[in-house]
Design a protein around this ligand. Structure first.
Ligand code: AMP
Ligand code: ZN
Length: 470
């Protein structure tokens, strides 16, 4: 069996991965707060942990891996977005607007991530579906002296957990000095963090022993991972921006609530996607969304390829140059593997991926395999290796053929579009309608925008059918 080695943030070492139960390998990854479209940085952990998920499935069997990624659908930012809509005159109660916003955002997220070739996790729990479990966990923490209620809040008593700070390697006193800890009159200690907080009448809230309120962010992940994966599981992942305070707090809560368990054995953190040396983030305003790129016609597979070109523990930039190179490589690789049935993946690609997800090394190896793939068997191994990384899959295909339209076909399309707009101007509706129907029949997607008509080829595009419209 392939040995997997992973860099564990907790021990700061690369360790041989040994699942607690190889029949049931368990991974939890912190998912998005669903108040807006995912930016490109948010997609990085999705692609990184998708590669790990695929690798684990390959090694332990697809039915023996459970991957949980949550949706944080209780959050002040979601409330604020819904409130802004209400103030702008949107219909419905604030509660309706909040639900609408989270549903809409979850839908966008899933379709954007699917466009990047990310498989859906086995479980995608929403925080709002686990409120009783959070309340139960908080009650247990109060009983064991790790938390206290004050003025409608419940706070975790950080100094009651000796190992606090072990993951990020900081002492509590250093953290107080360096972090923006909120000093509040109801806190015993400035480091204590919120497990539960009161809600006003118009904000979402649930009845609890401490009055109507809502959970803090950190307890959501502790309660959902416990409910779905148990008190000990194998891997916990997320971006390294979550290491402190979110992951430290998850550890403190889970280990104090379930001292019999070990919570997560291996902690994996991806580095940040950057723009000019700074983390891409909504708060800095230096972001663009995955959807923006897809709309600009950048294939999801190209985005995925660019991501995999940098090791997950290194910062990376998105650049136009990388995008262009990725597109050219994938075009060649798709042409090479056209009509080939995947075989067994190349052992070296597998070994590289199993070495702490060396995706950049695996891509270098794929280049070599592509170069020497002269017979069907070699092509089959090449294709299976790429597919193990979620590349060259059928779902991500189609973009390469569609974009290869010749200049003469493009000129024909432009001429037909001019023809259509002239027919409309001359009120020749039968000609305009015939052209519209003809475009649809030829698989040409035409969008009328204020700047004029835009077109792209659908999956069934057939240039010969356009000829007939001249
Ligand atoms: P959020 O919705 O902000 O909680 O983020 C969702 C996920 O995206 C978390 O795992 C973050 O660590 C990750 N993330 C946010 N910004 C970036 C970035 N610039 N690069 C890589 N990962 C990021
Ligand atoms: Zn989390």
């Amino acid at each position: 069996m392939t040995e997997i080695w992973l860099h564990n943030t907790r021990t700061r070492k690369k360790e041989r991965f040994a699942p607690i139960d190889r029949e049931n390998v368990r991974m939890y990854v912190c998912g998005p707060t669903v108040y807006d479209r995912a930016h490109l940085g948010n997609a990085r952990p999705v692609v990184v942990f998708d590669v790990l998920y695929r690798l684990l499935r390959h090694v332990y069997g697809a039915d023996h891996v459970r991957y949980v990624r949550n949706f944080t659908d209780v959050d002040d930012k979601i409330n604020a977005t819904a409130l802004a809509r209400k103030e702008a005159g949107a219909d419905g109660s604030l509660e309706d607007l909040i639900r609408e916003r989270t549903e809409e955002t979850i839908g966008w997220y899933l379709s954007d991530m699917a466009a990047l070739g990310a498989m859906e996790p086995t479980d995608m729990p929403r925080a709002t579906g686990f409120i009783p479990q959070m309340i139960e966990m908080i009650e247990g923490l109060i009983e064991s002296g790790h938390a206290y209620a004050a003025e409608g809040h419940v706070l975790f008593r950080v100094r009651s957990y000796q190992a606090y700070g072990a993951l990020s390697g900081r002492s509590v006193d250093d953290m107080i000095a360096g972090a923006r800890v909120e000093v509040a009159p109801y806190k015993e200690d400035p480091m204590d963090f919120v497990l539960w907080k009161p809600s006003t009448d118009e904000l979402p809230g649930w009845d609890s022993p401490w009055g109507r309120g809502r959970p803090g962010w950190h307890i959501e992940c502790s309660a959902m991972s416990y409910d779905l994966l148990g008190e000990s599981f194998d891997i916990h992942g997320g971006g390294n921006d979550l290491m402190f305070p979110h992951h430290e707090n998850e550890i403190a809560q889970s280990c104090c609530a379930h001292p019999e368990g070990g919570f997560a054995k291996v902690w994996l953190h991806n580095e940040m996607l950057q723009i000019e040396g700074k983390k891409m983030s909504k708060s800095l305003g230096n972001f663009f969304t995955v959807h923006d790129l897809l709309e600009q016609g950048v294939p999801g597979e190209v985005i995925r390829f660019v991501f995999l070109g940098t090791h997950y523990r290194r910062p990376m930039d998105w650049t136009e140059k990388k995008r262009g190179e990725a597109e050219a490589v994938l075009r060649d690789w798709r042409a090479l593997s056209e009509g080939v049935a995947p075989g067994a993946p190349d052992v070296e690609v597998l070994t590289l991926l199993a070495d702490d997800l060396n995706t950049a090394g695996a891509i270098t190896r794929l280049h070599a395999l592509a170069k020497s793939a002269s017979d069907e068997a070699a092509k089959a191994a090449f294709l299976a290796s790429a597919q193990l990384m979620g590349l060259l899959t059928d779902e991500l295909g189609g973009w390469d053929a569609a974009a290869e339209v010749g200049d003469d076909v493009a000129a024909l399309i432009e001429a037909l579009l001019t023809d259509r707009s002239e027919a409309r101007k001359a009120k020749d509706f039968s000609r305009a309608d015939a052209l519209r129907d003809g475009f649809a029949a030829a698989g040409l997607i035409v969008k009328d925008t204020p700047q004029g008509a835009e077109w792209e080829m659908g999956p069934d595009f057939d240039a010969a059918k356009l000829e007939a419209l001249k």
